[in-house]
Ligand binder design. Structure first.
Ligand code: PEP
Ligand code: MG
Length: 589
């Protein structure tokens, strides 16, 4: 048992406070049995071992790509060392040799080689080596699971009211989880956009991820209090005093949820009748069901990168089409905006063999990549256009930085439409086409871009990064990552004016829309669609319903005249305190 009251800090990625017992999964090596083989069976056994290595290599490459995409290069490096371990010639040769000489099954031989290796390392008093042992055990567990034909951790039979604690959970692990019994997830790696986080939100299960090594202090059976809100806290074996506080917060949460439920069917409309469309940012078709059932909203940003991560090939038209069509059909009568591939920056695909760049965020990203690799781009456009025959589908280009780029992308889109028309393939040739405004150059020439599109969507995650010259994934400079900076509000206002002057509608799909504190600014800018993480929708709707437009517009007028992000935040806090004080502890936590 860990010492009572230990507080661990991670990223709260799926809101909710719960208390339950920890169940540790996926750390220990699986049970293996020794099986004697006849000499004629050893060749097949060696092949089986090599096949398991191959599968492990592929799985690690996918994990690496996903982590690189969502957490960044530093964290993905762990998978480079995993790949090296799978390919470690010393281990592989020893195992192959022993299978042949001792006539034993691969799992048994492999486990004994690894155990001996770890025993040797455990005698070395060096943190680096100890860390390496954790990696070795992780990789070994994977290879053994693959040898035994268990691709993932079995999460379908768990004790009641448990909290799953793991290093990481793959999408298939998470999908197989027993929702009846699992109260929350806690993982060592991951971020808001990692698969565990997305699935947790989709399933409505509170989650704290990114606890790093501190997750190691949790033992099986420990009592945990998990707060998946922006607090992102896990308390291990709470003290009686902590229990009193936690129980009060759980009661407050229940009262809040009851209020959200009561208001869920009401429109997202300000007190003076301005209707704003709320929509969700999602990455997987599986998330649509919850959106429709619980929230009744459409999709303002469907990130398509995960589909490419899943595929070994670059873009299989049929697979993409099936996914896009399912989303379009399931979300109907609401609409979905499919964003074309936004690869590059911190989102890489290991099978793509992209050249190493000194400044990946300023490099061959998103639309730049697509315009270079027209084979990939055309196939994706075909799949999205074909899906447009089955629902309300819109299409959006990421990272446009010049007018020429937009015109080229539209040119390719028109060619693909003509191709489909010539083939007699059903599609909607009049679907809405938009672009993200996430590069300052695009924001500043929005008036020149607006005539060519039906809508803009503000991608503030990147707009903030590029405007303030602050790498969005670098924690050391995160203090500079300021969505409320007056430069951002000014730029957004400029875009809004350009859009409205050309009769275009304006959306926002950056995380800024999930931040209740900043929502009055977005309303004041007259933004028509706020697209955000699904979990934030109820709180944002409640807030919208308490705001008057002329007050929100006055707030924008004040904000653009501020000198700093903090000054803007002070104004926003005052605003919220006036219109919806109950939201402040949540908005600011
Ligand atoms: C953005 O940049 O705001 C955005 C929504 O895109 P992404 O976070 O996928 O780069
Ligand atoms: Mg972006």
């Amino acid at each position: 048992m860990s010492s009572p009251g230990t507080r661990l800090k991670g990223a709260g990625v799926s809101a909710g406070i719960v208390m339950g017992k920890a169940v540790l999964v996926g750390r220990a090596l699986s049970q293996v049995h020794e099986v004697a083989l006849s000499p004629t069976q050893t060749d097949v056994e060696v092949e089986r071992f090599e096949a398991a290595l191959r599968v492990s290599r592929e799985q690690i490459a996918v994990l690496r790509a996903r982590v690189l995409e969502v957490v960044g290069r530093d964290h993905a490096a762990i998978f480079d060392s995993h790949l090296m371990l799978v390919d470690d010639p010393a281990v592989v040769q020893q195992v192959v040799q022993q299978i042949r000489e001792r006539h034993r099954n691969a799992e048994h031989v492999f486990q004994s080689v690894i155990s001996r290796y770890c025993e040797m390392l455990s005698k070395v008093d060096d943190k680096y080596i100890r860390d390496r042992m954790v990696d070795i055990q992780d990789v070994a567990a994977r290879v053994i699971r693959n040898l035994q034909g268990h691709a993932s951790i079995d999460l379908s039979h768990l004790p009641e009211r448990c909290i799953v604690v793991a290093h990481d959970l793959s999408p298939s692990d998470t999908a197989s989880i027993d929702r009846e019994h699992v109260l929350a997830f806690v993982t060592a790696i991951g971020s808001r956009t990692s698969h565990t986080a997305i699935m947790a939100r989709a399933m409505g299960i509170p989650a704290v991820v990114g606890l790093s090594d501190s997750v190691e202090v949790i033992s099986d059976g420990d009592v945990l209090v998990v707060d998946g809100s922006t607090r992102g806290e896990v308390i291990v074996n709470p003290t009686p005093e902590q229990l009193v506080v936690c129980e009060r917060r759980i009661r407050e949460q229940e009262a809040w949820l009851a209020r959200v439920e009561a208001e869920s069917k009401l429109p997202a409309e300000t007190l003076d009748g301005f209707h704003v469309r709320l929509a969700a940012n999602i990455e997987m078709a599986e998330e649509v069901e919850t959106l429709r059932q619980r929230l009744g909203v459409g999709v303002g940003l469907f990130r398509t990168e995960f589909l490419f991560v899943k595929n070994d090939g670059l873009c299989e038209e049929e697979e993409h089409f099936r996914t896009y069509r399912k989303v379009a059909e399931d979300i109907y009568p609401h609409s979905v905006i499919f964003r074309t591939l936004d690869i590059g920056g911190d989102k890489f695909l290991s099978h793509l063999k992209m050249p190493v760049e000194l400044n990946p965020f300023l490099g061959m990203r998103a639309i730049r990549f697509c315009l270079r690799r027209l084979d990939v781009f055309r196939v994706q456009l075909r799949a999205i256009l074909r899906a447009s025959a089955f629902g309300k589908v819109r299409i959006m280009f990421p990272m446009i930085s010049t007018l020429e780029e937009l015109q080229q992308a539209l040119g390719v889109l028109n060619e693909v439409k003509a191709e489909l028309a010539a083939e007699g393939v059903p599609h909607n040739p009049h679907l809405d086409v938009g672009m993200m405004i996430e590069v300052p150059s695009a924001a500043l020439i929005a008036d020149k871009l607006a005539p060519h599109v039906n809508f803009f969507s503000l991608g503030t995650n990147d707009l903030v990064q590029y405007s303030l010259a602050v790498d969005r994934s670098n924690p050391d400079i995160s203090y500079l990552y300021q969505p409320s900076h007056p430069s951002i509000i000014r730029m957004m206002r400029h875009v809004a004016q350009a859009a409205y002057a050309h009769g275009r509608w304006l959306g926002i799909c950056g995380e800024m829309a999930s931040e209740p504190l900043l929502v009055p600014l977005l309303l004041g800018l007259g933004i028509h669609e706020l697209s955000m993480s699904p979990v934030s929708i109820p709180a944002v709707k409640q807030l919208v319903r308490r705001v008057r437009m002329h007050e929100a517009e006055a707030l924008v007028d004040q904000a653009v005249n501020c000198g700093s992000a903090e000054e803007v935040l002070v104004l926003c806090r005052e605003f919220i305190r006036r219109v919806y004080p109950e939201l402040l502890p949540n908005a600011e936590s």
